[in-house]
Design a protein around this ligand. Structure first.
Ligand code: IMP
Ligand code: MG
Length: 174
């Protein structure tokens, strides 16, 4: 595995979806600002940067790093917090920003974890959601694209740390 097979989502498609999501978030959180965006490192960093610049209300940022994958493409189901939040989230409206939902294990764990810290609300925004996977049932309130069950890279997503800087999203060949 390792070569780009085909483009799945172009820069233009991503850009217009990001604007659409940001408009919904701006409207939904208009009277609950500031909104705390929690970006999940590393995959969400590019999506988060683009999304945040299209949101029209005051926002704050924090980041978490979670590990369930290693450098393999199969999930282990074990979620570890490698980097925790810097700020207290008690009473805050939190929007988790993630690159992709595969099994949903990572986000299901995280949503419960953040809710338990006393956040006023915890919602999820994910650019990609894989279809046809056995999933933990998690509500992704803001979903960019539903994609087939293929391994994708680019726009923040990696394979063994490569390809994150591609401006589009591509399928890796098997
Ligand atoms: P989940 O816990 O199974 O939902 O796994 C989600 C995490 O696995 C994402 O945050 C990604 O880091 C990683 N991941 C899942 N599918 C892909 C993919 O197609 N390309 C790159 N990373 C992926
Ligand atoms: Mg990730």
């Amino acid at each position: 595995m390792g070569e780009i097979e085909e483009t799945l989502l172009t820069e233009e498609q991503i850009r217009s979806k990001v604007c659409e999501l940001a408009a919904r978030i701006t409207e939904d959180y208009a009277d609950r600002a500031p909104l705390l965006l929690v970006g999940i490192l590393k995959g969400a960093f590019i999506f988060l940067a683009d999304l945040a610049r299209e949101i029209g209300i005051p926002i704050e940022f924090d980041f978490m790093a979670l590990s369930s994958y290693g450098s393999s493409t199969k999930t282990s189901g074990v979620v570890r917090i490698m980097k925790d939040l810097d700020v207290e989230i008690k009473g805050k409206h939190v929007l988790i920003v993630e690159d992709i939902v595969d099994t949903g294990l990572t986000l299901s764990y995280l949503q419960r974890n953040l809710a338990a810290r006393g956040a006023a609300s915890v919602e999820i925004c994910a650019l990609l959601n894989k279809r046809g996977r056995d999933k933990v049932d998690i509500p992704v309130k803001y979903e960019g694209f539903s994609i087939p069950n293929v391994f994708v890279v680019g726009y923040g997503l990696d394979h063994a740390e490569r390809y994150r800087n591609l401006p589009y999203i591509a399928v890796l060949e098997k």
